[in-house]
Write a protein that binds this ligand. Structure first.
Ligand code: SF4
Length: 282
């Protein structure tokens, strides 16, 4: 690997790599949020044990939705109180000391209760869960972004379901409180999943993208024209070009810094200047 000494920092010359790189929605979103955070996680590969309470609670809610649909495959419909109990069980089972509450004034109990509210909303809005037939659950999709296969994309789809009219629904369950409708990033995520499903299963023609915002119970549905999908893949390529030609990986200080792991900056040994000037406060 070729490296470059710049302002006391070794910057990897990622643009010169001749290796297959697999991108994901979170990888692209991390670069868009903060190039330095991207470098810590994906270039320097600094391990972190920290997990935000939002991510932890979101995973437990996803555990519940997966159980609900897996049990339906076996002909069993869980009651709401059974799912709440399962949520509490998985919360306790998965809890670890590195779960981090970033927002001042919030407690672990607040987030536990918020997850329960998400489950109640989902149950109330979707019971008896017979609107479509589940065909994929928490399944990995992976496909080539370019004909040569140098850039790949992978993701885990929450659920794919088929309707009697032949339409396939790609479902995504959001537990975020800050976003209450799909934005550009969510649309890119689901559109890339559609490209992945259709490349793995060419028989899937009609697709609807379904975003569930569990904090309110609202559901957003959208069908993407082929031209929209082509444009989204082109935009992803452009973003990856930017990532692979990046040299400076500058910090982008925003309120989201509160969710960053300060150990990453220390472990890199490359951010002391930012700490001293107060520019990179974490
Ligand atoms: S603390 Fe903020 S500026 Fe620093 S790496 Fe994290 S997100 Fe970027």
């Amino acid at each position: 690997m070729r490296g470059q000494e710049l302002d006391g920092c070794i910057i990897r010359d990622v643009g010169q790599h001749l290796e297959i790189v697999t991108y994901s929605h979170s990888r692209l979103a991390t670069f868009t949020q903060c190039a330095l955070k991207y470098r810590f996680r994906y270039v320097d590969d600094i391990p972190t044990q920290r997990e935000s309470i939002e991510a932890f609670a979101g995973k437990r809610v996803h555990n519940v939705i997966e159980k609900l649909y897996r049990d339906l495959w076996d002909g069993r419909l869980n009651r709401n109180d059974e799912l709440r109990d399962f949520y509490a069980f998985r919360w306790e089972e998965e809890w670890h000391q590195h779960v981090h509450v970033a927002r001042a004034g919030e407690t672990v109990d607040d987030h536990f209760s918020y997850g329960l509210d998400c489950i109640d909303n989902f149950y109330r809005e979707n019971h008896p869960f017979n609107q479509s037939r589940t065909v994929m659950l928490e399944e990995k999709v992976e496909f080539n972004l370019d004909p040569g296969g140098w850039r790949r994309f992978q993701g885990y789809i929450d659920r794919v379901a088929s309707r009697p009219d032949g339409t396939y629904e790609i479902h995504d369950y959001k537990t975020s409180r800050s976003r209450r409708s799909p934005g550009t990033s969510e649309l890119r995520q689901l559109s890339m999943y559609q490209v992945g499903v259709q490349s793995m299963h060419p028989e899937v023609r009609n697709v609807e993208l379904v975003s569930h915002f569990l904090c309110t119970g609202e559901v957003f549905r959208r069908q993407q024209a082929q031209t929209d999908l082509v444009k989204i893949v082109q935009d992803a390529h452009q973003l990856i070009d930017d990532i692979e030609s990046e040299r400076w990986f500058r910090a982008n200080v925003t309120p989201l810094c509160n969710w960053c792991d300060p150990e990453s900056g220390k472990a890199s040994g490359r951010t002391q200047r930012f700490f001293r000037t107060g520019f990179h406060q974490i």
